[in-house]
Design a protein around this ligand. Structure first.
Ligand code: GAR
Length: 202
């Protein structure tokens, strides 16, 4: 079986999508063995507990200490794959280098295969590759017509790394950061499940 650790910072709706997929036998051989949050009040922790999954809150103090604790937990729970599903803290190169090909990130913008600074959408528009925090707001401010989400392997460089999958979302007049976030999440719930399925079958 593929043992998965999920790192969250907030609502955990993508964690829920994974839990639901596993419980409805859509991800055979996949098991969530650990959920870690850097926020005590992350709703995702409650989702985990409701499904009897080990859920651990690690307050964010010194980065190295937090990373040390996360590494130990990953070892203790014998997680094969680590999923950053709404994890809002940058992890050091020292940390990420411990898990080559074993850590994936969900990012609410479209990222290119080559780590470059732009992405060409399916309708041929060239848009900036938005990295870091607040990319949903940035997509709106830039007046983009299309945005989306990307699942990719984590490498030391932030929001780069080989792409596993993407989904595009149209930005419509009247969209706000909140409405766009909701649309992105709806797509992400499929995207993340498909990414884990592909990973588990490789
Ligand atoms: C998702 O939209 C994910 O793409 C984004 O946070 C949201 C988490 O939603 N991730 C990042 O911004 C990473 N920097 P969820 O907690 O409901 O799964």
């Amino acid at each position: 079986p593929l043992r998965v650790a999920v790192l969250i910072s907030g609502s955990g709706s993508n964690l829920q999508a994974l839990i639901d997929a596993i419980e409805s036998q859509q991800l055979p051989g996949v098991e969530i063995v650990l959920v870690i949050s850097n926020k005590a009040n992350a709703y995702g922790l409650q989702r985990a507990l409701k499904h009897k999954l080990p859920a651990i809150y690690i307050p964010w103090k010194k980065r190295e200490e937090v990373e040390e604790r996360i590494s130990s937990l990953i070892r203790i729970f014998q997680a094969d794959l680590i999923i950053l599903a709404g994890w809002m803290r940058i992890l050091s190169a020292n940390f990420t280098a411990q898990f080559p090909q074993r850590m994936i990130n969900l990012h609410p913008a479209l990222l290119p295969d080559d780590g470059g600074s732009s992405y060409t959408t399916s309708d041929g528009s060239v848009i900036p590759a938005l990295r870091g925090l607040h990319v949903i707001e940035q997509a709106l401010e830039a007046g983009l017509k299309v945005t989306g989400s990307t699942v990719h392997y984590v490498i030391p460089e932030v929001d780069a790394g080989p792409v596993i999958g993407r989904s595009e979302v149209l930005i419509e007049p009247g969209d706000t950061a909140e409405t766009l976030q909701e649309k992105l999440k709806l797509q992400e719930h499929h995207l993340i499940v498909e990414a884990v399925r592909a990973y588990s079958q490789q």
